[in-house]
Design a protein. Structure first.
Length: 278
């Protein structure tokens, strides 16, 4: 079923890769088994690529460039477009902006922000959604989510700040061990010089104010030094570029930050959840 579904849902870039691979392979006089052997794959894997029975993996794209690209760079150029095509359609425009961003100020209210998720956590969250995705689609989305983490290591370093509602920390996915691993991963992320993690406590509203009650937001400084807001709910997304609206959201984000625990206290809370603190 997954094979038939992928043939139906494969996007234009995946179809282009399949066509180019087959034509270049035939031109080189290689069988599917021979090409697969050179790339470290089976002939069946190459067949699945060419017939769109399975989505092409990022590793396969790299191997194609090395083995079949012939120094043209064609597969290297298609690689980010293939990755982009695997993302949900409503997320693709933002994903391109995110990877070029100079800074990200993030607020996540219902679950750990995607950039800060471990692979097991992401898999449990994605697989548990509705409509229920196929196993192949789950793996595709998990891989795409993990690849977004490349922004942490881009030079010059990008500032990445995340405020997590405490409810997002307490909402569990997968298993207790998955959650412990997730908490430990947050602590690791916080050790990066360009990352700040804060927690908006559950009882913040008792003070009479809770600026984070309207849900998630991503405040982005683009590579052109412009600011925009990304919002997402129920598989729908909105990119806001109007300066007046962006200013209002930026002020709201500043209020959320002010109402959150400071970074040291936030890490103390995460340590306790991870079983590493008192």
């Amino acid at each position: 079923m997954a094979r038939a579904e992928n043939k139906e849902t494969a996007g234009p870039m995946a179809r282009m890769v399949a066509t180019v691979v087959k034509r270049m392979r035939v031109k080189e006089g290689l069988t599917q088994e021979q090409l697969g052997s050179r790339m470290g794959y089976t002939g069946a894997a190459i067949s699945a690529l060419e017939t769109l029975s399975q989505p092409v993996s990022d590793d396969m794209m790299m191997q194609l460039e090395t083995v079949l690209g012939g120094g043209t760079g064609i597969f290297a150029e298609m690689r980010p477009l293939v990755r982009l095509e695997k993302l949900p359609e409503e997320f693709r425009d933002y994903a391109q902006i995110e990877q070029k961003a100079l800074s990200l100020c993030l607020y996540a209210s219902s679950s750990i922000h995607g950039l800060f998720q471990t692979e097991p956590y992401a898999r449990a969250q994605i697989a548990g959604g509705y409509p229920t995705p196929t196993e192949a689609r789950v793996e595709e989305l998990v891989t795409a989510r993990m690849e977004r983490k490349a922004i942490f290591d881009k030079k010059p370093l990008r500032l990445v700040e995340v405020i997590l509602d405490e409810a997002a920390l307490l909402r569990k996915f997968g298993s207790e061990e998955v959650m412990r691993e997730q908490y430990r991963y947050l602590l690791e992320c916080a050790q990066r010089k360009n990352v700040t993690i804060q927690i908006l406590p559950l009882d913040v509203g008792l003070s009479g104010e809770n600026a984070g009650d309207r849900g998630m937001m991503n405040l982005v400084e683009t590579d052109k030094h412009n600011r925009l807001i990304y919002l997402e709910i129920q598989d729908e997304s909105v990119l806001i570029t109007d300066p007046v609206k962006v200013s209002t959201y930026a002020q709201r984000y500043a209020k959320i930050r002010a109402q959150a625990l400071d970074p040291r206290a936030s890490l103390g809370l995460i340590k306790r959840l991870a079983g590493e603190g008192t």
